[in-house]
Design a protein around this ligand. Structure first.
Ligand code: PLP
Ligand code: COI
Length: 355
C-alpha cells in the first residue's frame, strides 16, 4: 500500500502514460488514465475498494458476465476549474441509479461510501488527467459485472465493481442525424430499458449499424408496442422544440431517467422556457417538420452533453432541421456547462466539490 485517501487503499502505478496524451485533440473514451478503482463482491459482501494501477483483468471463461450479460454501468464527468478545483455533477444521482440498475439485474447493491470515497480517491490520484480545455472533461465509467463462475443461468456469487476514467472531448465528431425507428425496439414494458444495463446497448448495435449505413448517427427509439411515440436515442434522451415549447417524453420502465434530461427540464423552467413532459408522437414531429414549427431537436446526456440534431429520417423521407439563432440547445448547453465547470452560480446545488 502506498497511501490511504478517504480510507481507500492506494497502490500507485510505477510509470505514467500522461506525457503521451494530446490534451488538445481528445476523442471520446479511448485513452484511459493511470489508475482505476477496483472492488470485489465475494463471500456475500463487498470487500474494501482499492485504487490500483490501470491494468487488464483476468476472468474465468465461465464468468457469468460472458454468458448471461449481468452487467450495469454509469457515465459521469469530472471538471477542473481555473483554480484547479475538481467538480462532479450530481454524483449521488449516478450512485443511486447504479443501484437501481443493479437491483433490476439481481446484482448486489453497493454501499454509498464505497462509491463516493472510492471515486474521490481515484480522482485525487489521477487529478492531472482531468482536462481544463473548454469542451473536454474526464469521462468516468463506473461499472459492475458478474465475475462469479458457472453455466447455471442464475445470478453470480461474485462481482467486480470498477471505476475507469478517460480524458475525453466530444462524443459526436460532426453533425448528428437520427433515424426514427419503425421496426426494432430497444426496450419493452416490464423490461430493463430504465436500467443502464450493458445488454441494452448490445441490443441497439445492429439496428444502429443499419442506420449508420444509411448516413445517420443514432436511432431514435419508438415505443415497442406501436412505434408511434418517440422515446429516446441510443445514448441520450431526446428533446424537441415545437414553436417555443420544449417537449420531452416522460420516463418509464422503457427509458433511462437521464440526469442531464432532468437538469435541463429544471434549468429551462427556471429561465422561463415553456416545458412539457408528455408523450410525443412521431406524426406530430413529422407534421411540425413539414409546417416549419419544428424549430429544434436535441439529445441530452452525460457523454453527449446537449447535441443538436440537424435532421431525421422516417419512412424513407429525410427532414432537415435548419440551425437557428438563439437556439434553446446552445442557450441551455452554455448554462449547464457553466454550472458544471464552476463558471457560474449553481442555484440548484448540482455541483459537487471533490475534496
Ligand atoms: N439514455 C441513454 C440510453 C443513455 O445511455 C444515456 C447516457 O447516460 C442517457 C439517456 C442520458 O443519461 P444521463 O444524462 O444521466 O447521462
Ligand atoms: C453517458 O452519457 O454517460 C453514457 O453512458 C452513454 C454511453 C453510451 C456513452
Amino acid at each position: 500500500m502506498d497511501a490511504l485517501i478517504n480510507d481507500i487503499e492506494i497502490i500507485k502505478a510505477k510509470t505514467t502514460k500522461i506525457n503521451d496524451v494530446d490534451f488538445d485533440n481528445l476523442t471520446f473514451g479511448k485513452i484511459l488514465t493511470d489508475h482505476m478503482l477496483e472492488c470485489d463482491f465475494k463471500d456475500g459482501k463487498w470487500q474494501a475498494p482499492k485504487v490500483v494501477p490501470y491494468q487488464p483483468i483476468t476472468l474465468d471463461p465461465s464468468a457469468k458476465i460472458f454468458h448471461y450479460g449481468q452487467s450495469v454501468f454509469e457515465g459521469m464527468k469530472a471538471y477542473k476549474d481555473a483554480d484547479g478545483t475538481v467538480w462532479l455533477f450530481r454524483p449521488l444521482d449516478n450512485f443511486k441509479r447504479l443501484n437501481i440498475s443493479s437491483k433490476r439485474l439481481a446484482i448486489p447493491e453497493l454501499p454509498e461510501d464505497y462509491f463516493m470515497n472510492g471515486l474521490k480517491a481515484l480522482l485525487k490520484v489521477d487529478s492531472d488527467w482531468i482536462p481544463r480545455n473548454e469542451g473536454s472533461s474526464l469521462y468516468i465509467r463506473p461499472f459492475i459485472f458478474a465475475s462469479g463462475k458457472g453455466f447455471h443461468a442464475s445470478p453470480a456469487d461474485e462481482y467486480k465493481f470498477i471505476i475507469a476514467c478517460a480524458p475525453s472531448g466530444s462524443y459526436f465528431s460532426g453533425e448528428v442525424k437520427v433515424l426514427i425507428e419503425e421496426k426494432y425496439s430497444r426496450s419493452a414494458n416490464g423490461g430493463v430499458g430504465f436500467a443502464k444495463a450493458g445488454g441494452n446497448y448490445a441490443g441497439q448495435f445492429y439496428p444502429t449499424q443499419l442506420a449508420v449505413d444509411k448516413g445517420y448517427q443514432q436511432v431514435i427509439w419508438t415505443d415497442d408496442n406501436t412505434h408511434e411515440y418517440i422515446e429516446e436515442a441510443g445514448a441520450m434522451n431526446i428533446f424537441v422544440r415545437i414553436n417555443d415549447t420544449l417537449i420531452t417524453g416522460p420516463t418509464s420502465d422503457r427509458i433511462l431517467d437521464g440526469i442531464t434530461r432532468k437538469s435541463i427540464i429544471e434549468l429551462a423552467q427556471s429561465k422561463g422556457i415553456p416545458v412539457e413532459v408528455r408523450k410525443i408522437t412521431v406524426s406530430e414531429v413529422v407534421e411540425a417538420a413539414k409546417n416549419g414549427s419544428l424549430k429544434e431537436m436535441f439529445g441530452a446526456g452525460t457523454a453527449a452533453v446537449i447535441s443538436p440534431i440537424s435532421g431525421f429520417g422516417y419512412k424513407n423521407e429525410d427532414y432537415d432541421i435548419p440551425e437557428m439563432e438563439d437556439a434553446y440547445a446552445s442557450f441551455l448547453k452554455k448554462h449547464i456547462t457553466d454550472i458544471q465547470t464552476n463558471k457560474s452560480e449553481d442555484p440548484f446545488g448540482w455541483r459537487y466539490k471533490v475534496e
